[in-house]
Design a protein around this ligand. Structure first.
Ligand code: SF4
Ligand code: SF4
Length: 62
């Protein structure tokens, strides 16, 4: 099982993670990406970590 978190301080608001998450778990709140569902709904696909230019998406295996 995986858990996603977004480091708000690092997020620059490009929106790429929210646009590309296959389970629509991430969304934008103003200029920050947020986890908009249960963090453990993350599939661990690494799409968000790949597209994020700031290293703000963190996947944890739990
Ligand atoms: S790892 Fe994949 S499923 Fe998890 S939040 Fe990122 S894009 Fe979505
Ligand atoms: S891809 Fe990274 S910088 Fe862009 S909105 Fe998502 S967390 Fe923020």
């Amino acid at each position: 099982m995986y858990m996603i978190s977004i480091y708000a301080d690092a997020c620059e608001g490009c929106g790429q993670c929210a646009e590309n998450c296959p389970v629509n778990l991430l969304s934008m709140e103003g200029d920050k990406a947020v986890v908009s569902g249960e963090p453990t709904e993350c599939m661990g696909c690494e799409t968000c970590t790949s597209v994020c230019p700031e290293g703000a998406c963190h996947i944890q295996e739990i």
